[in-house]
Design a protein around this ligand. Structure first.
Ligand code: AMP
Ligand code: GLY
Length: 424
């Protein structure tokens, strides 16, 4: 089976690492991939912002299965177009992907289907923002409606600040078209949880839950990032909570989408806040999470291809994934300055030593390879991931591996999974 994976990050590296374990896979292409991925798949050039470019590539490769990492190709309608051309593709259509690509669509959908989420107001003008702010307590969460690569959410401490941020977004100065509509939202407190399922449009198969660490600094300080690390354990949610999340969130979302004529197939990522009032939906993503996928897939013991094919063919079932009871953790090593401006092209050392540690796998998020050496090529550079029977050991191993790796300006959080360790 020839597989085409679209994307270039740590998530795609983890997907490929797992796909290679399937006896059915004969060849994997990654477009565009990165230096580390090139060791495990054939990297081919593509412009992920251009549907034409991706169609032209698939025409050459004739993949038996296409898997999309990032949201942009899904928003461009890759699944619709590939499926129309007879290429089997895992993921939601453009219309179904609106659960991620439009926050106002997601909020109104949640409200229509009485799925728990924060109170909100959708605003298209400064006047609407002024009127709506009267109904909120501070802090207030201001969100751009469209895709903003993790920069579309601001937590405003005062109503004045919320109005200023909302107006900046509406003016197009801050985020362009993505901010031409804003969602104001009640601030929720609690632990965040990433709960992913795979759906065939009707049924769902849960993945093990994970927790991301979105802020750049220890103790959740500093600005938001794409995610600085994640962990998963057998106790992160118990069976009762998993059943609750399936019954009250994942299944109603899939049933609601089907009832509205926008059947949802592929991965549904539910970003949740576990509040005192119960779990509430913060956001949906229509794809695998990054970096959550790295530790999640390290615990997966069954064949990923089988579960993806079940989704495409409409035969997903509860038990499509088999999991190890082990814990896994991923620590992201980032370029100096990230999530702000950073320099690329720094030589990375120590990767071979890190890879020798028991249970450790270093996924490459943005690296390039020249003359047998790896160089940084983006903000999040590596996802140093470890699996062990106990979370404590997995965390120790991941940090041992990080200590062996170096590049100029490298930084990473020292407290990934620390709150979970304290609870144990
Ligand atoms: P989103 O893109 O909607 O997931 O928002 C990005 C991050 O902002 C989330 O992962 C949370 O950390 C935070 N956030 C979003 N919405 C809320 C909310 N209503 N209350 C508190 N924090 C939020
Ligand atoms: N880790 C958050 C995301 O994938 O959106």
């Amino acid at each position: 089976m020839k597989i085409l994976v679209i994307g270039s990050g740590g998530r795609e590296h983890a997907l490929i690492w797992k796909l290679r374990q399937s006896p059915r896979v004969t060849k994997i292409y990654c477009a565009p991939g990165n230096g580390g991925i090139a060791d495990e798949a054939e990297c081919v050039a593509v412009d992920v912002k251009s549907l034409d470019s991706m169609v032209a590539l698939a025409n050459q490769i004739q993949p038996d299965l296409t898997i999309v990492g990032p949201e942009l190709p899904l928003m461009l309608g890759l699944v619709d177009e590939f499926t129309r051309r007879g290429w089997r593709t895992f993921g939601p259509t453009r219309a179904a992907a609106q659960l991620e690509t439009s926050k106002s669509f997601a909020k109104e959908f949640l409200q229509r289907h009485r799925i728990p989420t924060a109170h909100y107001a959708i605003c298209d003008s400064s006047q609407q923002v002024r009127d709506a702010l009267g109904h909120f307590h501070t802090p207030i969460v201001v969100k751009a409606d469209g895709l903003a690569a993790g920069k579309g959410v601001v937590i405003a401490k005062s109503k004045d600040e919320a109005a200023t941020v909302a107006n900046e977004m509406l003016s197009g100065r801050m985020l362009g078209e993505a901010g031409s509509r804003v969602v104001l939202e009640e601030f929720l407190e609690g632990d965040e949880l990433s709960f992913l399922v795979v759906s065939d449009g009707e049924r769902v198969a849960p993945l093990v839950a994970a927790q991301d660490h979105k802020r750049v600094g220890d103790g959740d300080s500093g600005p938001n990032t794409g995610g600085m690390g994640a962990y998963t354990t057998r106790t992160i949610v118990d069976d009762q909570m998993r059943d609750w999340l399936l019954t009250h969130i994942a299944r109603p979302v899939v049933a609601g989408m089907k009832a509205e004529g926008t059947e949802y197939k592929g991965v549904l990522y539910c970003g949740l806040m576990m509040t005192a009032r119960g779990p509430m939906v913060l956001e949906f993503n229509c794809r695998f999470g990054d970096p959550e996928t790295q530790p999640i897939l390290m615990r997966l013991e069954s064949d990923l291809i089988e579960a993806m094919e079940a989704s495409i063919d409409g035969r997903t079932s509860d038990g499509d994934f088999k999991w190890s009871n082990d814990a896994a953790v991923c620590v992201v090593m980032a370029s100096g300055g990230y999530p702000g401006a950073y320099e690329a092209g720094k030589r990375i050392t120590g990767l071979d030593d890190a890879a020798k540690l028991d249970g450790v796998k270093v996924f490459h998020a943005s690296t390039s390879k020249r003359d047998n050496a790896f160089y940084t090529s983006g903000g999040r550079v590596l996802g140093v991931t470890a699996r062990a029977a106990e979370l404590e050991t997995a965390v120790q191993r991941a940090y041992e591996a990080c200590a062996k790796i170096g590049f100029e300006g490298a930084h990473y959080r020292k407290d990934i999974a620390a709150r979970a360790l304290k609870k144990n």
